[in-house]
Design a protein around this ligand. Structure first.
Ligand code: UD1
Ligand code: BG6
Length: 736
């Protein structure tokens, strides 16, 4: 996943130094999405007459483009040193100015300045593009552009986009004279396959920006600076199209980079082309089958997010902050949804009856989100009586597992953008299941493509290791189970007990956070261990998996979560006095079984750390030879929400003590986005890059000028078919 950001100030004077800082700050907010290289583009001063460089093909000076390998701070340092060297005046003020920026997580090509964005059309930087997503047909486009005389400098898929823009611009310019920025971008979109969010900047169109998207999320933020609207939300559709008034406009891959500037935003829809010109925003809807796009009227929404959410405040790391935020995030997940004798989930009202009638519920997710669903499975089955099956999204797709019209498929994803989860969603939609989303991200692809769902409202999660989203996901699914099961009289008392347990969860979470110092101390005793096992069962099997995943992800220590019931069937062979083993033995129906597991491990001299309910230390470890973590006792099915918190703290402290990067762990990104294109959106009928079968990519290539025209017109007889084997999801990891 990568982050894209743009800043356009209109009718308000901003110095170059200020613009740079806005860009850097935007990138810092997005850095959690990808952090191996970055870049920016902004305007230069007009060239001096004495300049020896060849005159560019446009009036004005070529833009200033900076690209750097490494984290954002290395870009910041290199930009300031380069502007110093080149004598760029940071005090120059612009009344209107358009700038773009990008932070990258490499997929095509190693992290290096030449592979960083903005990618360029070539000499003179006539078109510059920042991109989030993957262009799946870039090789074909690249070959064609090379035949037309373009030379490529990077290994990225993105580079075809600015080059294609220049090709289209030159061609339309030669044929028709005047060509608008949106005409160029629309023609480019016509050729692109894959998932993308793009921002274009061009010196041919000074002070304008164009953004468009298909698949990847893209947000527009508007900060009106004048008169009575200043700082206030405005939801009038005309607000976007008024010009002349001073304003600041932002594009960003997510709301985190916008919230400190404005609360007025628009989640751009797939196939929309958003054009900022003269301070006015116009939106066109691209339709592959139509030559002319329709103009669209959209109103701004008001962001329900506080600036504090995106700042570390007094904490050292976002992961630490997000762990400690859980009493609050659990409260916001439940806010307005808990009633005395039931729950009210506004997003599911219309669908509850359909879910009740389903033959089964299928929980689908990846990583931590899968674990949250696993934690929810027992109470979902108990309260609804509907069988629940679990699916890791990639495995469902690999097997093409059966999904039926009578199924309710519940997709769980913090970001709402994870590739495998979205592919599984498309698969379930194709198979006719009712698709329900559980996500933290309003406006995400998951939220938009599911039939209905629940926003977990945990607030922006920035640490790559998911913590507060996990506990909020479990609580959201508990509310889902309560709502679906609310017609069952036999479980009324149980439901009421769970609702009462939910109300107390935030204070229980505050209580368990007091173990912070103990967990730090435990971490220091484990710092040199090579491995850690976590045994759980029943409600807390998921806790074992998730606790181990946290340790693995950030502390970079081998760690496995295991089903305690399977202990005798293999894992017992590993037990000795050195290997640390955490056993989760809080009070529930499995308690006595866990007592027996502890005894078996102790009799093999296991090095045990036992998590138990407060006051149970001697019940779980009569010999006193184990280290004990006592946690507050809550309703058994909600215990996973509390039990994971000490393990999150342990993973956090282990990471800090072992000297690793907490918020940006090695080789991991916050979510892994998609790069496929589906047939419905495919620019060329017949191309299908989804499923690893022999695909047919149709490319018109008469080796001449008709190439783009004929593709654009879609005339079937002008196509040459090229058969390609497209391998299954090759290299989709990480977006651009
Ligand atoms: C909604 C509002 C909330 C407001 C509340 C007051 C939004 C995003 N939420 O919350 O600000 O305070 O009403 O009544 O405006 N959805 C999906 N898939 C998903 C997640 C959600 O389709 O993965 C849909 C839901 O079915 C629903 C909509 O998105 O139609 C909003 O969901 P949610 O925010 O959970 O609904 P409310 O809790 O009612
Ligand atoms: C990635 C992250 O693998 O995606 C995990 O590194 C995360 O932490 C997983 O759990 C799923 O992400 P999401 O956004 O779908 O919950």
């Amino acid at each position: 996943m990568c982050g894209i950001f743009a800043y356009l100030n209109y009718n308000v004077s901003r110095e170059r130094r200020y613009i740079l800082e806005v860009l850097f700050n935007g990138l810092r907010r997005l850095e959690y999405r990808g952090y191996d290289s970055s870049g920016i583009a902004l305007d230069a001063d007009f060239p001096s007459c004495a300049s020896s460089a060849p005159a560019p093909a446009y009036a004005g000076a070529p833009p200033l483009v900076f690209r750097q390998e490494g984290k954002i701070e290395s870009l910041v340092r290199s930009v300031y040193s380069e502007v110093d060297e080149k004598d760029v005046n940071l005090d120059t003020a612009f009344n209107v100015h358009a700038a773009i920026a990008h932070t990258r997580w490499a997929t095509h090509g190693v992290p290096a300045p030449r592979n960083s964005h903005p990618q360029s059309s070539g000499a003179g930087d006539e078109f510059l593009v920042v991109h989030n997503g993957i262009i799946t047909n870039y090789e074909v486009l690249k070959e064609t552009l090379i035949r037309h005389g373009f030379t490529f400098e990077s290994d990225t898929d993105t580079e075809v986009i600015p080059k294609l823009a220049k090709f289209v611009f030159d061609k339309l310019h030669d044929e028709e004279g005047d060509v608008t920025f949106s005409q160029v971008v629309m023609e480019v979109m016509r050729q692109l396959e894959g998932a993308y969010a793009l921002i274009f900047k061009s010196p041919h169109y000074p002070n304008e920006l164009i953004a468009c998207k298909r698949g990847s999320t893209l947000i527009l933020g508007v900060n009106e600076l004048s008169g009575q609207n200043s700082g206030k939300p405005f939801q009038d559709v005309k607000a976007l199209t008024t010009n002349g008034k001073p304003k600041e406009l932002f594009f960003s891959s997510d709301l985190c980079a916008i919230v400190e500037h404005t609360k007025n935003y628009l989640a751009i829809e797939d196939n929309e082309i958003v054009h900022i010109k003269d301070g006015s925003v116009s939106i066109l809807k691209f339709d592959h089958d139509k030559e002319k796009p329709a103009s669209v009227q959209r109103a701004l929404s008001v962001l329900e997010m506080e600036v504090e959410q995106i700042k570390k405040g007094s904490y050292d790391h976002f992961m630490q902050k997000e762990i400690h935020e859980q009493p609050h995030s659990l409260t916001t997940t439940m806010r307005g949804r808990l009633k005395d004798s039931g729950v009210l989930l506004g997003g599911l009202k219309e669908h509850i009856k359909t879910i009740r009638r389903s033959r089964r519920v299928v929980f689908i997710g990846c990583g931590t989100s899968y674990n949250a669903a696993l934690a929810a499975r027992p109470f979902m089955e108990e309260l609804t009586g509907i069988p629940v099956t679990m699916e890791v999204a990639s495995d469902l797709l690999d097997r093409q597992g059966p999904i039926y019209r009578e199924d309710t498929a519940v997709f769980v994803s913090q970001s709402g953008e994870t590739a495998d989860t979205l592919l599984a969603l498309d698969y379930a939609l194709e198979n006719g299941a009712l698709c329900v989303g559980i996500t933290n991200t309003v406006g995400s692809t998951l939220s938009r493509r599911t039939h209905c769902g629940v926003h977990i409202n945990a607030g922006c999660e920035i640490g790559v290791a998911s913590t507060k989203a996990y506990t909020s996901q479990i609580v959201a699914m508990a509310m889902l189970a309560l709502a679906v099961g609310s017609d069952q009289i036999s479980t009324q008392a149980r439901r009421e007990a769970i609702i009462s347990g939910l109300s107390s969860l935030p204070s229980n979470a505050s209580e368990v956070l007091k173990l912070d110092a103990d967990m730090k101390e435990l971490a220091s005793s484990l710092i040199d261990s090579e491995s850690l096992l976590v045994f759980g069962r029943g409600y807390n099997y998921a806790t074992a998996l998730e606790g181990a995943l946290k340790v693995k992800e950030v502390a970079l220590m081998h760690s496995e979560g295991m089903l305690a019931g399977e202990m005798k069937h293999g894992p017992l062979a590993l037990v000795d006095e050195n290997l640390p083993i955490i056993v989760i033995a809080t009070r529930d129906a499995c308690f006595s079984k866990q007592q027996s597991v502890i005894q078996q491990l102790l009799s093999r001299k296991g090095r045990l750390i036992v998590m138990c309910s407060e006051g149970d230390a001697s019940a779980v470890c009569p010999s006193g030879s184990c280290r004990v973590i006592e946690v507050p006792d809550v309703a058994d099915c909600l215990q996973p929400v509390i039990n994971i918190i000490p393990l999150q703290l342990l993973a956090y402290h282990l990471t800090v003590l072992r000297g690793f990067d907490v918020d940006q762990p090695r080789n991991l990104a916050k979510s892994l986005i998609q790069h496929w294109t589906d047939t419905a959106h495919s620019p060329v009928p017949g191309s299908r890059l989804m499923d690893g079968r022999r695909g047919e990519l149709v490319l018109t290539d008469h080796g001449g000028e008709e190439v783009w025209n004929s593709i654009a017109s879609g005339a079937p007889d002008s196509r040459v078919k090229i058969n390609l084997v497209i391998y299954n999801f090759v290299s989709y990891v990480g977006g651009v």
